[in-house]
Design a protein around this ligand. Sequence first.
Ligand code: ZN
Length: 251
Amino acid sequence: MAHVKEFSVEEKLVSLVTLQKIESKLDEIRILKGELPMEVADLEDEITGLHSRQTRIEEEINGVTEFIEQRKTAIKEAEALIKKYEKQSSNVKNNREFEAINKEVEMQQLEMKLAEKHIKDATEEIAEKAVLLEKAKKNIAAKEGVLATKKGELEKIITANEKEEKHFNKLAADAKEHVDSRLLTSYEKIRKSYRNGLAVVPVERDACGGCFNAIPPQKQSEIKQHKKVMICENCGRILVDDELSAKVEVK
Ligand SMILES: [Zn+2]
């Protein structure tokens, strides 16, 4: 035969407040856990992005450095050609040949000037990129520092939670056994309808602890009598007196 328990209103209210306090603890843990993993993931994404930025700048610097080397080679080649032409000009047979060689020399001199200008511009470009690279590296180091801290926090919370969550889940299951089943159904329905998960609230400073709507003195004294379960007219939450609520401690 089913074991039917009869509870007084006060017992019912104490059980409900107990359950509410346990489940609020679980809500707190969930909120803590809910945000840190996201923050860690965001930071990791950001750091990956910064690393690709660093790689891109380094590749650009390598590209420009290579360009400078090519231009330096071009200068050496031009110098060699000029030397060759100068030698040739000592054995020219006529004015036309001399003019032609002179033109070649001038061309190579222009070539050299142009290469020098390229090298100067490219060197400036590298200096600018080096500043960007330094910035990117510093940024990465800073973000990695924050990430390490957040990861540490998260790990701590997860470790702490495993134990606490198990503990409070067990307490919640036990507490539910002691709550009148019809009342439990209403409690769960109200709890689900509010984001802060509060279904049972104390009267605080003459107002509902859930919606802060004023509770008239007559109703407050009825709440204190524990003769029936009282509901806030404004938000529908179950109301208990401050004294009863304070008596219930959850650890
Ligand atoms: Zn209310």
